[in-house]
Design a protein around this ligand. Structure first.
Ligand code: GN1
Ligand code: MG
Length: 392
């Protein structure tokens, strides 16, 4: 970034947090910003190496874990956009290690793209904005972690799959990501979320939540609990596969749902994968299963009407074709053959996670209404029933 173009915070590093708020309020006072947001974000933004003057900011995206803001700066008449994110320490207990991983992965992706002839990879793949002290994040006075990315202007994400062409690109985006990191040694990454796709662990957490029934919610969730009990044999499938050594451990994304695959706004073609916090060693089946459970349900993860939840075979076929177009180059025969087995397991796993969180009292996934996580679990369980009916 052009350091010379920064007119905003020439010497704020020496200021206390309170002075910084006052400084920023004075700096931005002529702009129509939401007062609470500016009060919260301006002192944080002052720690990053950004051009121009903040002119607009607002919450952005629909992730369930971190909080995301879009921040627009005016730099000599040009609007430049950046993403600011607050890392959820309740989920990621070592944000410093998350950031070490994100740095390794984003730099690897950018280097690969440069070798393919893309001169400015930050335009097409996530690229970090460094803090003024050179680190990839800023820790505020309360010990909270913040990080920034360049905004990808030409990209778009959708919460729900739009059509088969979109499903194809979602699959292709995932396959391309895995191909790009296929030469990144898994041991370069920290395990920031041990047991993230260890389905038996989630079942054990559900059993604990049922036993404790901390919120007295069990009685109203008996049907869902019985649904899980009837399918317990599904649970160890992927964990056993990974332990068996039949398929290689690779760098995988771990959270490739539809809205984490960015497509090009004009062409609709897959551009890149977002949300790299969960990237770590795993098996490709974690990704394939998660991608399918997200993209083969056109009603989406938050479908208000459960009867609209379906397993759309044509979306599944399109996604698989797109995925294999890219992943064929590196998948082993055993990996490819076992891909379909992952779909029900990851759908079931997410349903179990939502249900356990509901019973615990919504301590993990952000909710926007009472019973939200219970409803989310019902969507996944309905989707699983549709997969069963389709003979998957
Ligand atoms: C969370 O942060 P977000 O919304 O991309 C979750 C995923 C779930 C997803 C369901 C770290 O992802 O595992 O599949 O919600 N991420 C984490 O929407 O738990
Ligand atoms: Mg995520």
């Amino acid at each position: 970034m052009d350091k010379g173009s920064n007119h905003v915070h020439p010497c704020t590093d020496q200021l206390s947090e309170v002075e910084r708020v006052v400084h920023c309020l004075l700096t931005y006072s002529s702009y129509p910003l939401a007062f609470d947001l500016i009060l919260m974000l301006a002192p944080i933004l002052s720690h990053f190496d950004l051009p121009g003057t903040l002119v607009k900011t607002g919450r952005f995206g629909s992730g369930l874990i971190n909080e995301t803001f879009l921040c627009e700066f005016s730099d000599r008449g040009i609007i430049r956009k950046f993403i600011l994110q607050h890392i959820n320490k309740n989920v990621f207990s070592r944000p410093d290690l998350v950031m070490a991983n994100v740095e390794v992965v984003t730099e690897h992706l950018q280097a690969r793209l440069r070798r393919e002839g893309i001169s400015d990879p930050a335009v097409v793949t996530p690229a970090l904005v460094r803090a003024r002290d050179g680190r990839t994040f800023h820790v505020d006075g309360a010990g909270e972690y913040w990080r920034m990315f360049h905004f990808i202007e030409e990209g778009l994400v959708f919460d729900r799959v739009q059509d088969n062409a979109h499903a194809h690109e979602v699959g292709r985006g995932l396959g391309r990501f895995q191909a790009l990191v296929s030469d990144l040694a898994p041991d370069r990454l920290h395990d920031t979320l041990p047991g993230f796709h260890h389905t038996p662990r989630y079942l054990a957490e559900l059993d604990d939540a049922i036993r404790l029934d901390a919120q007295g919610r069990f009685a109203a969730a008996k049907i869902e609990v019985a649904f899980v009990r009837a399918r317990r044999t599904l649970v160890p499938l992927l964990t056993d596969l990974m332990a068996s050594g039949r398929v290689p451990v690779r760098v995988v994304h771990n959270d490739p749902k539809v809205n984490n695959v960015m497509v090009h706004a004009a062409t609709g073609k897959a551009l890149c994968m977002l949300d790299l916090d969960t990237v770590k060693p795993g098996i490709v089946h974690f990704d394939f299963g998660d991608c399918v459970r997200s993209a083969a349900n056109p009603a989406g993860e938050d479908a208000p009407d459960l009867d609209k939840v379906v397993f759309d075979r044509s979306r599944y076929a399109a996604l698989s074709r797109g995925y294999l177009d890219e992943a064929r180059s590196f998948l082993t025969p055993a990996e490819a053959e076992l891909l379909p087995a992952s779909v029900k397991v990851i759908t079931f796993e997410l349903g179990i996670r939502f249900l356990a969180d509901h019973l615990r009292g919504d301590t993990y996934f952000r909710v926007s209404r009472p019973g939200h996580n219970l409803h989310r679990s019902r969507v996944q369980f309905r989707l699983l029933e549709c997969m069963e009916a389709a003979g998957l």
